[in-house]
Design a protein around this ligand. Structure first.
Ligand code: GLU
Length: 281
């Protein structure tokens, strides 16, 4: 796994430090056509979000990975025809636009701003933005408690954007390339809280290395609809939505969310899950 290191963090009111992890290798060429036919399909996921998109040696695990495998299979691609590519939050639109990936399953919220550059199938899950704090923290119970605090989130995410748009200017926002880096910073004492989607935070808090150290506040303050990112000229939106519906109907969706959140202190919101895919543009 790629790690971003930094020696010292200086917070300035106006300048947020931005360190981003860059994707390395370029993906194999993959058809944007309808079926596999021995070709590869390149799928963008996170590599550092346990329970969602996680690279463990040569294995890829998590709910996003399971939904991606199911959808790819429905599109005619077996598991060994999938080329996994790391797509950090800030790079998702770019890699879809330049054709480096065919589909993205990476806790990728559907937003109007993103729809200017890319298209979405789905959603296949709905999460909510929340806060991760030290297990013994008692003074941060929601976004209103963040004044004067050091907060960490990820460049190019809706989570960082929401902090900039709605939280008071005396919140110090540190932007990193991935949420695991934020957790490392909190462990080092530079950070009071990490903010992103509740399911991501719960997954990070549940790893063996982090067990007992952190807690998710449990006061979600947004609705994040996870879509399948595709390029604007992709013809796959309907087929992906059909696959998602089938995954829900045959029980595979419920099984996937259950197994991938098993060790985490997380209960998905049943009033909005599983969501019905939206009409394709
Ligand atoms: N779902 C949010 C987003 O798409 C936050 C998680 C992420 O950065 O992947 O920006």
């Amino acid at each position: 796994m790629r790690k971003t290191r930094y020696a010292a963090v200086a917070f300035a009111a106006a300048a947020a430090l931005t360190l981003s992890a860059c994707g390395g290798d370029s993906g194999d060429e993959a058809g944007s056509g309808a079926t596999g036919d021995g070709e590869k399909i390149t799928v963008g996921i996170k590599f550092d979000q346990p329970g969602l998109g996680f690279k463990d040696g040569n294995d890829y695990t998590g709910f996003d990975v399971d939904v991606a495998k199911y959808v790819a299979n429905e599109l005619g691609y077996s598991e060994d025809q999938i080329e996994w590519k790391e797509t950090p939050s800030a790079q998702r639109e770019n890699v879809l636009e330049n054709g480096e990936v065919d589909m993205i399953f990476a806790t990728y919220s559907i937003t109007d701003a993103r729809k200017e550059r890319v298209a979405f199938a789905g959603p296949y899950f709905v999460a909510g933005q929340d806060l991760l704090v030290n297990a013994d923290n008692t003074d941060i119970t929601g976004p209103e408690d963040l004044n004067g605090k050091n907060l960490c989130s990820v460049t190019g995410s809706t989570s960082a954007q929401k902090v900039k748009d709605t939280l008071a200017s005396d919140v110090n926002l540190l932007e990193q390339g991935g949420y695991a880096n934020c957790v490392t910073a909190m462990q080092g004492g530079q950070i009071d809280a990490v903010t992103t989607d509740d399911i991501i935070l719960a997954g990070l808090a549940s790893t063996d290395a982090n067990a007992g150290k952190f807690k998710v506040v449990g006061n979600p303050f947004s609705e994040e609809k996870y879509g399948v990112g595709i390029s604007k000229d992709s013809t796959q939106c309907e087929a992906i939505n059909t696959a998602i519906r089938k995954m829900v109907e045959d029980g595979s969706w419920a099984e996937a969310i259950k197994t991938n959140t098993e060790g985490a202190d997380y209960q998905f919101d049943e009033s909005v899950n599983p969501p019905e895919p939206e009409a394709c543009a």
